[in-house]
Design a protein around this ligand. Structure first.
Ligand SMILES: NC(=O)c1ccc[n+]([C@@H]2O[C@H](COP(=O)([O-])OP(=O)(O)OC[C@H]3O[C@@H](n4cnc5c(N)ncnc54)[C@H](OP(=O)(O)O)[C@@H]3O)[C@@H](O)[C@H]2O)c1
Length: 184
């Protein structure tokens, strides 16, 4: 049976996460403004492929329509990295594309969420268990640096595994946080 994943923001720092799902045989749909190929891994299971859909968060309905066509069935997983004012409308627009009870993994940057300062924005899709991933920093040689894409993908994949295992919704911290607001 085909397992379908919608990965919003999946052509950027979540590309490694999309590639890992693809390698496990998922049909992965990636809406974004610019085409970015996710190579099909050698030896990946039969129907597995990544389909890119041209979409802009400023047109949530257009994004959902394109994603629906590319999914070809209800999605079993939503991974979302969508920020700013578009976030609630994009998540609401794609909600009906999900199978009943399908889990959501949402990724938050440290400018919109800080586990030490009161946590994450509330999940938007109440009918879907949501694992929230908050991206922090890495302390190295007395300085802080942003997480690498590989570190981000690994942290998000960990939350995906928990979501697919049916674990209770939780906030997952990747890297470290400072107890004061971060300004980039
Ligand atoms: N530690 C932290 O807290 C933290 C937080 C955030 C970011 N970062 C770092 O900052 C770097 C840059 O972040 P980024 O936000 O550029 O992440 P990114 O994941 O590299 O790119 C954003 C993703 O969202 C898509 N996207 C953006 N705006 C869109 C729109 N209006 N409509 C549709 N799709 C859209 C992009 O594709 P298109 O551009 O093709 O649309 C891409 O897939 C990351 O690589 C990461 O290392 C660190």
């Amino acid at each position: 049976m085909t397992r379908r994943a919608l990965v919003i923001g999946g052509t950027g720092m979540l590309a490694g996460c999309a590639a890992a799902l693809l390698a496990e045989g998922w049909h992965v749909v990636l809406p974004s403004r610019r085409y970015a190929p996710i190579p099909t891994p050698a030896g990946s299971a039969g129907s597995a492929r990544a389909l890119w859909v041209e979409a802009n968060w400023s047109d949530p309905k257009g994004l959902a329509d394109g994603a629906e066509r590319a999914l070809g069935g209800k999605a079993d997983l939503l991974v979302a990295w969508v920020y700013g004012p578009a976030r609630p409308s994009v998540l609401r627009a794609v909600g009906p594309l999900l199978a009943a009870g399908a889990p959501v993994v949402e990724v938050h940057g440290s400018s919109s969420a800080n586990p030490l300062l009161g946590g994450c924005p509330d999940p938007v899709l109440e009918d879907h268990p949501t694992q929230q991933v908050v991206l922090g920093f890495v302390m190295q040689n007395g300085r802080t640096r942003w997480l690498t894409h590989a570190e981000i993908a690994a942290g998000v994949l960990d939350a995906v595994r928990r979501a697919l295992d049916g674990r209770p919704p939780a906030v997952h911290q990747v890297g470290e946080f400072r107890p004061y607001p971060v300004h980039h």
